[in-house]
Design a protein around this ligand. Structure first.
Ligand SMILES: [Zn+2]
Length: 218
């Protein structure tokens, strides 16, 4: 199947942006991927390994580091690199969600605070309903790279949520493309921050999805 250099460039660029935005503290802590709608192939961050691939942080990643896998996880390019250990989770998300073509898996501060306590991020701002699909669910715990983490994250996302938390780990933000996935990721981080700060002022006013949009806009 045709491997597209421009999609490798796109994932490398998105991963550098991912680091610049502070969504990951270095490398091998969070990753991104993109599905080619045409071929179904997945372009994904590599697995840093001593003596094979040393990347001090995702801020310096290049297109040559991006790995291409098929939906079953088989590496189909000749980079000689392995995909990130969380590739099974990325694959499971794409399999369950045909509407999604980009995944940003972050280890960012504010959403990690919720992930560390196993708490959902409640629907407290209108934007969360519009961009995240409402309340963000914290997926049940699964070990790094396990089948459980993939299954639990897919369950927390359901059919239409665009973000989920990963207990004791991080978060995922989804989009039809990277542009959308980063918007989701930004609103996810902001929602977690406001929920934490707002909670210090008093009880949060939690809304139902049906209370957000005026009938005239539906
Ligand atoms: Zn991770």
């Amino acid at each position: 199947m045709k491997i597209k250099q421009e999609l490798k460039e796109e994932v490398a660029g998105a991963t550098r942006l991912f680091w610049e935005k502070g969504l990951t503290p270095g490398s091998d802590a969070g990753d991104t991927s993109l599905r080619d709608i045409e071929t179904g192939l997945i372009y994904i961050c590599p697995r840093p390994r001593p003596n094979v691939l040393r990347i001090p942080n995702w801020g310096v990643i290049k297109a040559e580091h991006i790995v291409v896998i098929d939906p079953d996880g088989k590496v189909v390019d000749d980079s000689g690199l392995l995909p990130t250990v969380e590739a099974p989770m990325h694959r499971a998300i794409y399999k369950a969600r045909p509407d999604v073509n980009a995944v940003v898996h972050s280890h960012a501060i504010w959403s990690s605070a919720f992930a560390a306590t196993g708490k959902n991020i409640p629907l407290i701002l209108a934007e969360q309903s519009l961009h995240l699909g409402g309340e963000v669910i914290c997926a049940a715990y699964g070990k790094v790279a396990s089948k459980e983490i993939a299954r639990n994250v897919v369950a927390a996302l359901g059919k239409d949520k665009m973000a989920a938390l990963m207990q004791n780990h991080g978060a995922v933000a989804l989009g039809v493309n990277f542009e959308e996935a980063f918007i989701v990721s930004d609103f996810l981080e902001k929602g977690a921050q406001v929920a934490l700060l707002g909670g210090l002022l008093g009880p949060l006013i939690v809304r139902k999805p049906s209370e957000i949009l005026d009938e005239s806009l539906r």
